[in-house]
Design a protein around this ligand. Structure first.
Ligand SMILES: Cc1cc2nc3c(=O)[nH]c(=O)nc-3n(C[C@H](O)[C@H](O)[C@H](O)COP(=O)(O)OP(=O)(O)OC[C@H]3O[C@@H](n4cnc5c(N)ncnc54)[C@H](O)[C@@H]3O)c2cc1C
Ligand SMILES: Cc1cc2nc3c(=O)[nH]c(=O)nc-3n(C[C@H](O)[C@H](O)[C@H](O)COP(=O)(O)O)c2cc1C
Length: 641
């Protein structure tokens, strides 16, 4: 099925060995001065080793005032060339090809980041910035064109195989291209010709400084998905103009600042959702068209190309979850690939907090050197209690290092609570990761014993060198009268699917787990009511996920009571609450689901006299929280055994 994705492809003068392209992603791995770091180089080197046909780096600023993030790399100075030479040499040595993406963010930044008011084509401020946006003068626009050209020359001197001009996502070039943000009446404004003058003069300047053979790719949003923003028919015209002015390939994305939906979407959005925009653009140009957008699997990537919608695919988060995806796909090793689940937590959420980008499923991302699995000095007998994501990750890494590993799980299934996290709608892809962990443990020779609780007695009999307690967490129950009745159950029990759940359900506790549990039952035809003490539900969900969840809960007619304190559950299934200091009775419910938080399982944690040299407590057993910590704990602890 992969006959097209592994075909070589030409971008201008450059031949790519295949059509797997790493989509540009800010990492926060560079310095505040725009210098690349060893972390940044090792991260790209790992992808080059993983077999990607082309890596497009994150956006490099052409001017320090064009930074949307504090730690983006830069090419605004000749001093940036040497560090990037080290990067390109390492990538080339590993068999990769690399473009640098060049950008200026224009109005899409804040005074805190750049130290002065942001600039834009017109004085229209952008949401993250609380101050004004200063309109660029005509001369300043001309000056920025030179800066793009100079940065491209530096990129060429640093050994990059080409550049991508970032004309998407509502950054400065896109701002000038769009009637949404460009209200100018000088030569850089007005109709399509005026709005295209900035990108076309940038291309001309780069060609002048880098020559005709230097590959130039252009990233463009097929639609801005913003009220009054650019739509696909206008983009098609622009694509033709870009081709006519010497662009070698087009990389299609979507969005602008203020869009209804931007390019980085969670699991609620379909795989390959931008491909139809690319297909439209492909109808009007002859140069290669590339597309991104939740393309997570090799077979999907190949199918998009086979369907004629694009010539190559850009995969962002899929390359974080598994930098070796192309090599594994090429060797037919599909079941060994870790696929992105669109959770947003390690990548997009951390990026917006200016933290180094990570991947929930792949702790090694951004720590390629420190997190390298090496053979152990001495083979140890390792016992692990708990077959959730944390325990399984520890088992895999410990076994890969050559230890003798046995994992005990007290249930008759593996996956821990993360197995239940996969149950609600839109989260099913989590099972893909757990299935990978289960398969990989088997492949690495981990002995797995399910249906067996690891107890002190077992530990004493087995006499291990290392004990890892990955025993997770259990539901915390509030002291509410009536909670012990037969029709009351925890969210985990309800999601496990082994207890009868009636038609009319109340969920007490509208945090992440409660809201997702409510959503699950609402989608499966139940009438659901959420009762939450705080003023809002799903507080811990990232905003981008919360938006989808709240809308769907509303569509399914879920009743939501916030600022509401539960007083009692009576024998008839009524819930007595206090709302606005008044007693109210809600009901009558067939089933009441409790989701009011978790607490660590402390089994054996205080057994200081256990006959084991090394004891580690990891994941939720150490501190309840998020799976990113649980998986990272497992990996990190096993690296040091
Ligand atoms: C509905 C739901 C949605 C969630 N969604 C998200 C999300 O979107 N993002 C996120 O980051 N997190 C989410 N979580 C939380 C996430 O699932 C947990 O943080 C994660 O599973 C913790 O992993 P763990 O391996 O530490 O513990 P667990 O997954 O709890 O696994 C611990 C395992 O240990 C076993 N065990 C306990 N004691 C013993 C013993 N003595 N011997 C043998 N076995 C034992 C248990 O049976 C269990 O299988 C969600 C949880 C739920 C329930
Ligand atoms: C953490 C993160 C940073 C990103 N930074 C950039 C960037 O610097 N330039 C860019 O054009 N796109 C950026 N994107 C968007 C991606 O290139 C890509 O279009 C998007 O993630 C959708 O592809 P995916 O579903 O394969 O991840 C970023 C995405 C993520 C997740």
């Amino acid at each position: 099925m992969l006959e097209n994705i592994f075909q070589p492809m030409q971008i201008g003068s450059l031949e790519l060995k295949n059509r797997f392209i790493v989509s540009p992603m800010e990492t926060n791995y560079c310095t505040a001065e725009g210098e690349v770091t060893e972390t940044f180089i090792a991260y790209h080197e790992a992808k080059a080793k993983g077999g990607w046909g082309l890596i497009v780096t994150e956006d490099y600023a052409v001017d320090p005032l064009g930074k949307a993030f504090p730690y983006v790399p830069g090419l605004w100075s000749d001093e940036h060339i040497q560090g990037n030479k080290n990067l390109t040499e390492r990538v080339h040595k590993a068999g990769g090809r690399i473009f640098t993406q060049l950008y200026h963010c224009g109005r899409s930044t804040t005074k805190e980041i750049i130290g002065t008011d942001p600039v834009g084509p017109s004085p229209i401020a952008c949401a993250p910035n609380s101050g004004p946006t200063r309109e660029l003068t005509t001369e300043e626009v001309g000056g920025l064109i030179e800066k793009f050209g100079d940065s491209a020359r530096r990129a060429m001197n640093a050994g990059f195989d080409g550049i991508e001009i970032h004309g998407a996502h509502g950054y400065l070039i896109a701002q000038l291209m769009s009637p949404y943000t460009n209200k100018r009446i000088d030569k850089y404004g007005g109709g399509t010709i005026g709005r295209m003058r900035f990108p076309l003069e940038i291309i001309g300047n780069i060609r002048k400084k880098c020559g005709a053979a230097f590959p130039i790719q252009f990233r463009i949003s097929g639609e801005e998905l913003a009220i009054g923003g650019r739509e696909i028919e206008d983009t098609k015209v622009m694509a033709r103009m870009l081709e006519e002015h010497g662009i070698d390939s087009l990389n299609i994305s979507v969005g602008a600042s203020g869009s209804k939906r931007n390019s980085v979407v969670p699991s609620m959005v379909s795989h390959g959702w931008i491909a139809d925009y690319a297909a439209e653009i492909k109808k009007v140009v002859k140069i290669p068209v590339i597309v991104a957008g939740r393309i997570t699997e090799a077979m999907l990537a190949d199918t998009i190309i086979t369907s004629g919608k694009a010539d190559a695919v850009a995969m962002g988060r899929a390359s974080l979850a598994d930098p070796e995806l192309p090599n594994k796909a090429k060797s037919g090793n599909f079941e060994n690939i870790v696929h992105c689940i669109g959770c947003m937590l390690g990548c997009a959420v951390r990026n917006c907090q200016f933290l180094p980008v990570r991947c929930v499923l792949n702790p090694r991302i951004g720590r390629e050197k420190e997190y390298t699995i090496t053979s152990c000095d001495r083979k140890k007998k390792v016992l692990i209690a708990g077959g959730g994501p944390s325990g399984m990750e520890a088992a895999i890494v410990a076994a890969r290092r050559g230890h003798d590993v046995t994992l005990y799980e007290k249930r008759d299934r593996l996956g821990g609570q993360y197995y239940l996290a996969a149950v609600p709608p839109w989260k099913g892809e989590i099972s893909d990761f757990l299935a990978w962990q289960v398969r990989t443990m088997e492949a690495e020779g981990v002995k797995v014993v399910t249906g067996t609780e690891l107890t002190r007695g077992y530990v004493e009999t087995e006499n291990p060198d290392v004990l890892i307690l990955a025993t997770g967490s259990i539901s915390k129950l509030p002291p509410v009268p009536g909670i012990d009745q037969s029709f009351v159950m925890t969210a985990n029990e309800a999601l496990e699917g082994k207890k009868d759940v009636g038609r009319n359900i109340a969920v007490i506790g509208g945090g992440l787990v409660g809201s997702e549990t409510a959503h699950h039952f609402a989608v499966h035809g139940k009438k659901v009511t959420i009762i939450e003490l705080l003023p809002e539900i799903a507080k811990e969900e990232p905003d981008v996920i919360k938006g989808f969840l709240l809308k769907s809960l509303e569509e399914y007619g879920t009743e939501i009571y916030t600022d509401t304190a539960v007083q009692k559950i009576d024998a008839q299934g009524n819930i007595h609450v206090k709302k606005d200091d008044r007693p109210v009775m809600l009901g009558k419910f067939d089933t009441v689901i409790i989701s009011t938080g978790m607490q660590s399982v402390k089994t054996m944690q205080d057994a200081a006299d256990l006959p084991v040299d090394e004891i580690h407590v990891i994941g939720d057993a150490d501190e309840t929280g998020q799976v990113i910590k649980a998986i990272d704990d497992g990996y990190r602890v096993a690296l040091k055994l």
